[in-house]
Design a protein around this ligand. Structure first.
Ligand code: ASP
Ligand code: MG
Length: 467
C-alpha cells in the first residue's frame, strides 16, 4: 500500500492512515507500506538545493528550520513520549546531513555532484517513513522504517532514475521478504533509490507510485493499493473540472494512457511494470476507505467500457517550421535538450510534414519538475538560435488534451464526436494513440481549458443512458 503526500501531511490524515493499516492488517498478513514525503516537502527541498547552488545559506537554513518545525509539530500531536525519544534524534540527524550537503554545495557550487541534489530532495521520504513507522509501532504493530537507498538499485539518471529490476528483486527477496515472514510491517521510503555504487537517486516527481509498483512486482504482491485524498481515478482533474467523477474500472492501457498524458495521480512509468505481471492496482480515498475507488486490471474486451472514460491535459512543446523542414534533423537535437533538462528522452506525440509546414509536438513528462515546460522552452529557443540545422524552426508551448476510453477502438463515431466538440478551436494536430484507447488533440495554450471542459462534457453525455 502506498500513501501519497496528501495522505501523510496532516495529523488527521495520519490518524486515518493508522486506522486503515490496522484494519487491512487483519486481512493481509504480508503488507508493505510505501510512503511519500509530507505534502509540499519535496518542493521545499528542491528550493533548498537551489539556494545551496546559489550559495544562499540563509535560504536553505530557513527551509531546514521550517521542515523541522513541521515534522516536529506532527510528532508532538501524534507520537507518545516513549517513541518520541528515539524519533527526534533520527529526524535531527537527517536534517543535519541535509544541511551538510547544502553547505558543501554552497562552498563549491561549480563542482556540485548530481547525486547531491537527489540526496537532498529524497530527505522528505526518509523523514516521513520514520514518523509513520513510529506511529504504527505505538498502535501495536511491529513496524520498521526502511530506506530504499539500500534496496532499489537504479541507473545514474539523477532526478529520473530507472531501477535495475534484477538487482532490486534480489534485495527485496533477501531484505524485505524475510521481514514479512517474521510478521514485521516495513514502511519503505517512496521516490528514492541509489546506484550500484551507492550514490543516491530519485525516480522522478510522483515517484513513490513507481516505488510501490517496483516493490509490489519484486515481492510478488497480490495487489498494489495507491491511497490518495480523492475518490480514485477521476474523469478529469477535479481541480480543473469540479464535476469530475470517479471511474470504477480501468484497463492497464487506459490507466497508462491517462498517467502519461497528464493525470498526475499515477506515475507515468508505474503501470507498465504491473501490467507485465498482471498485478491489479486499486486507487482509493483515505477518507472513504469503504468505497471501492478505481480498480486497474486486465479487462477482457467484453468487459471494457464502451464509452469514454476520462480526459487529461498536459503541456507540450511544439516545434513548427513554415517551410518543409526535415523532422529527422531536428529530433536528435531536441532529444538532447529534453534529456539535459528533464532526464527523460523526448516523447513525440505527433509529427507531420506538409509541403509548406512541419510540426513536431513533444510531451513534457509529468515526472519532470513543474518548471520543466518553461525551462525546456527556453533551452530549445537557445538551441534553435545557435544551430544552423534548426534555422526557421519555432518552439512554443501547447496544450495536449487526451480523451481515454477503450470504446475509441470500437467506434469511429466517438473519435468524430471528440473533434466536433472542439469545433471553433484551432486544432494543431490530432492523433489516435497506438494503444487505440486514447485520442490526443493539440491545441493552443489559450484554448486548453475550454477544450478540457468541452471534452469532459462530452464524456458525461456519452456515458449517460440514452433518454
Ligand atoms: N515526494 C515526491 C514528489 O513530491 C514523490 C511522491 O510524492 O510520489 O514528487
Ligand atoms: Mg502522486
Amino acid at each position: 500500500m502506498k500513501f501519497g503526500g496528501s495522505t501523510v501531511g496532516t495529523t488527521a490524515a495520519l490518524a486515518q492512515l493508522a486506522s486503515i493499516v490496522l484494519t487491512e492488517r487483519e486481512r493481509w498478513d504480508r503488507l508493505v507500506l510505501v510512503v511519500s514525503a509530507l505534502d509540499g516537502i519535496t518542493d521545499q527541498l528542491i528550493e533548498a538545493a537551489q539556494f545551496a547552488q546559489l550559495s544562499q545559506r540563509r535560504g536553505y537554513r530557513r527551509i531546514a528550520a521550517t521542515l523541522r518545525a513541521r515534522h516536529l509539530a506532527l510528532i508532538e500531536h501524534l507520537i507518545k513520549p516513549a517513541e518520541r525519544a528515539s524519533l527526534l534524534p533520527s529526524i535531527d540527524s537527517l536534517l543535519y546531513d541535509m544541511l551538510d550537503i547544502c553547505q558543501m554545495m554552497s562552498d563549491n557550487p561549480l563542482s556540485t555532484r548530481q547525486d547531491s541534489l537527489d540526496a537532498i530532495i529524497g530527505v522528505g521520504e526518509r523523514l516521513s517513513a520514520r514518523i509513520i513507522a513510529a506511529l504504527l509501532r505505538q498502535s501495536g504493530l511491529r513496524s520498521v522504517a526502511i530506506d530504499t537507498t539500500d534496496l532499489i538499485i537504479t541507473d545514474d539518471v539523477y532526478g529520473n532514475a530507472t531501477p535495475n529490476m534484477a538487482l532490486t528483486r534480489r534485495n527485496i527477496e533477501t531484505q524485505i521478504v524475510p521481514m514479512l515472514e517474521r510478521g514485521i510491517l516495513p514502511v519503505v521510503t517512496g521516490f528514492i533509490g541509489a546506484t550500484s555504487s551507492g550514490n543516491p537517486t530519485t525516480l522522478g516527481r510522483g515517484g513513490s507510485d513507481y516505488t510501490a509498483s517496483i516493490v509490489g512486482v519484486c515481492m510478488k504482491a497480490d495487489e498494489v493499493w495507491i491511497w490518495t485524498d480523492v475518490d480514485g481515478m477521476m474523469s478529469a482533474d477535479p481541480l480543473d473540472i469540479p464535476q469530475a467523477r470517479n471511474i470504477p474500472q480501468l484497463s492497464y492501457d487506459e490507466a497508462a494512457e491517462l498517467a502519461c498524458f497528464g493525470a498526475r495521480i499515477l506515475h507515468a512509468r508505474m503501470i507498465g511494470l504491473l501490467r507485465e505481471r498482471r498485478v491489479p492496482v486499486r486507487v482509493c480515498n483515505i477518507y472513504l476507505p469503504q468505497s471501492s475507488g478505481t480498480l486497474i486490471r486486465e479487462l477482457p474486451s467484453a468487459q471494457a467500457a464502451r464509452h469514454l472514460q476520462a480526459v487529461a491535459l498536459i503541456s507540450g512543446i511544439a516545434l513548427t517550421r513554415n517551410q518543409n523542414g526535415s523532422l529527422a534533423s531536428v529530433s536528435a537535437l531536441v532529444d538532447e535538450v529534453f534529456f539535459a533538462t528533464t532526464g527523460s528522452h523526448a516523447e513525440i506525440v505527433i509529427a507531420a510534414q506538409g509541403p509548406h509546414t512541419s510540426l513536431a509536438c513533444y510531451i513534457v513528462p509529468t515526472t519532470a519538475s513543474p518548471n520543466a515546460v518553461h525551462e525546456l522552452h527556453l533551452a530549445l529557443a537557445d538551441r534553435i538560435r545557435d544551430t544552423t540545422e534548426l534555422a526557421d524552426w519555432q518552439a512554443r508551448t501547447v496544450g495536449i488534451v487526451t480523451v481515454v476510453g477503450a470504446g475509441l477502438e470500437r467506434s469511429h463515431e466517438l473519435g468524430a464526436k471528440i473533434l466536433l466538440a472542439l469545433d471553433g478551436l484551432r486544432i494543431l494536430g490530432a492523433a489516435y494513440s497506438p494503444s487505440r484507447c486514447g485520442m490526443s488533440v493539440i491545441v493552443e495554450m489559450r484554448d486548453a481549458e475550454i477544450a478540457l471542459q468541452r471534452l469532459h462534457d462530452l464524456i458525461i453525455e456519452d456515458s449517460s443512458p440514452a433518454q
